[in-house]
Design a protein around this ligand. Sequence first.
Ligand code: PMP
Length: 359
Amino acid sequence: MNELETATLEISTRLTEKSRLPEIDFQNLNFGRVFSDHVFLADYQNGRWQNLRIQPYETLPRLTPANACLHYGQSVFEGLKAYTNTEKEVILFRADENWKRLNKSAVRMCIPQIPKEIYKEGMRMLLDMDRGWIPPMDGASLYIRPLIYAKDNSLGVRPSDTYQFVILTGPVGAYYGEPVKVKVETHFSRACEGGMGAAKSAGNYAGSLYPAQLGLEEGYHQLLWTDSKEHKYIEEAGTMNVMFLIGNQLITAESGSTILDGITRKSVLELAREWGVDVQERKLAVSELIESLENGTFVEAFGTGTAATIAPICQIGYEGKNYDLPTVAKDALSNRLLTELEDIRRGRKADTKGWIWKF
Ligand code: PMP
């Protein structure tokens, strides 16, 4: 049997005895701190995914001190969001792209592929059970975190033979409450050519924490990572891809082995191209950016990502100098993109591109 096929899809369910939903204040949600009642789990053993189940959110059983993932970080994950429309249907934005990227990351990390049916049906059943956890108001949504981690109890440095696939969810509010200040990082690197920067895997995030912490102490929300060879070209931010409108060009780093190929990035570029914007996926030198700020051709800069959607950047720090960016106009490209994406993913606008899963 091909890894992307499953014979039958039987998912057992065990319901929580008492829902925690009544305790949740949807108006005051911190990102990633509150989790819904249930999780989906599947185990990989003897070369196939089995024991598909939905159970209450609780401590994972049989995680020993020798767990391979805890030591060597063999894991991949995803992040996507669910919304409800006025008909109370569940809407997922480009969930198939997250499935593809999960499996792409999995190849890089020597992790077995997840068949689409397991991902899709597991998510559908889970969201159906925890429908009440999807916040209905603008600015909030249900964050979905699929995760695969190594399960072997072994300290040998080699790919694990066993894995667990988990889907957990939790209601979230806005990721950034204000425009973002970023610092161009010219010492530390997030990723290098041939490295694992394009994989959504634990180690990329662990390695970014220390430089990001130093940036935070200087008052920057995030770092603008640059290429690891020369620290000359802008790559991406810690949890977002970044785009710059300079003159009439919308410039963003090309996807390759050093940046995460963002699904919001992909969607924004597609919309911008349709709207006649001159989209350029190319190297952007920090010097070109600074020059544009100095000669007045700079228009706006923003991050794109599932958590933040479109996050306007208000300040860029570079070599000890802070550049304050112009205030973003109401009809700016970033605001038009945000409105368009929000309308599509909240089901307010017809999905003409097949971006939506609805149930
Ligand atoms: N870069 C990094 C490092 C990220 O973690 C994310 C968030 N997944 C992104 C970019 C944006 O990707 P997406 O638009 O798919 O959320």
